[in-house]
Design a binder for this molecule. Structure first.
Ligand SMILES: Nc1ncnc2c1ncn2[C@@H]1O[C@H](COP(=O)(O)OP(=O)(O)OP(=O)(O)O)[C@@H](O)[C@H]1O
Ligand SMILES: [Mg+2]
Length: 234
């Protein structure tokens, strides 16, 4: 069951509750009591200087790491103690990595099909979904191309397709346009916003780009290991 938000504005799909995270046996403490919640369908920009902990926070929501203290919940389920974490991650959350993490020797199609194999999706549905996403992202003609032969923008769009293959309702995007020039970045971001709007996906995106952040419903600023939402974008 989903949890109602404190302000009654909808279902809370992501919640960080006094989250602490350090590395190197406590030598560096990155998150120092991060608290926030995101309701279904929102687009949220996560901003802050390099090294402030944006990727760390997204990784916790993606189940890629665990907090030292506090709770991180997805759809009302605390993910670090989830008995079926893999199911949650394969079906409910999509992740676009900062360095896209595509396998360079495999083709666009092969990269995108990996999460569907992990999720046990039948091949016909997976192929139909891939056709749809590559059409939407203008990549249909590149499906058989190896990743190493794709441009930066094509790789980022491929990473977006891969993250959306299992129709997640939550997309965590870590600098999804970070490595691109301004024009390509704007194009990929428009596409991202368009897809999340039509598919009803909740988006949390780490970004340095204030222009992109201003296009989101909310701006969360990371400051000294906590979340500050005093700077509103709307
Ligand atoms: N696995 C790790 N082991 C040790 N330190 C780490 C690890 N991962 C991250 N850190 C450190 O934690 C801090 C936060 O890193 P993080 O990658 O979350 O920052 P960020 O806000 O995403 O930065 P950027 O904008 O450069 O991507 C940095 O000082 C980083 O060096
Ligand atoms: Mg980062």
């Amino acid at each position: 069951m989903k949890t109602e938000s404190a302000n009654g504005n909808g279902n809370v799909v992501l919640r960080a509750d006094d989250v602490w995270k350090s590395y190197d046996d406590g030598a560096i403490t990155v998150l120092k009591g991060a608290d926030f919640e995101v309701t279904a369908g929102q687009t949220v920009a996560l901003c802050g200087p390099s090294g402030c902990g944006k990727s760390t926070l997204l990784h916790l929501f993606g189940g890629l790491d665990e907090p030292d203290r506090g709770r991180v919940s997805v759809n009302g389920t605390e993910i670090n103690r989830h008995s079926n974490l893999l199911r949650l991650l394969r079906h409910e959350v999509g992740f676009v990595f900062q360095l896209h993490n595509l396998i360079p020797d495999l083709t666009l199609e092969e990269n995108c099909l990996i999460p569907t194999v992990a999720a046990g999706t039948d091949q016909r549905s997976a192929q139909a979904r891939l056709r749809h996403l590559t059409d939407r992202t203008g990549l249909s003609h590149r499906r058989d191309q190896r990743i190493q032969k794709l441009s930066g923008g094509e790789r980022q769009r491929t990473a977006l397709c891969r993250a959306l293959m299992n129709k997640p309702k939550i997309l965590l995007a870590d600098e999804p346009t970070g490595s691109l020039d301004e024009q390509t970045s704007a194009t990929v971001f428009e596409l991202l916003l368009d897809i999340v709007a039509t598919e009803g996906v909740t988006l949390v995106m780490a970004t340095h780009d204030r222009g992109l952040a201003a296009r989101c419903d909310r701006l969360l600023e990371m400051h000294e290991g906590r979340i500050d939402e005093s700077v509103s974008v709307r």
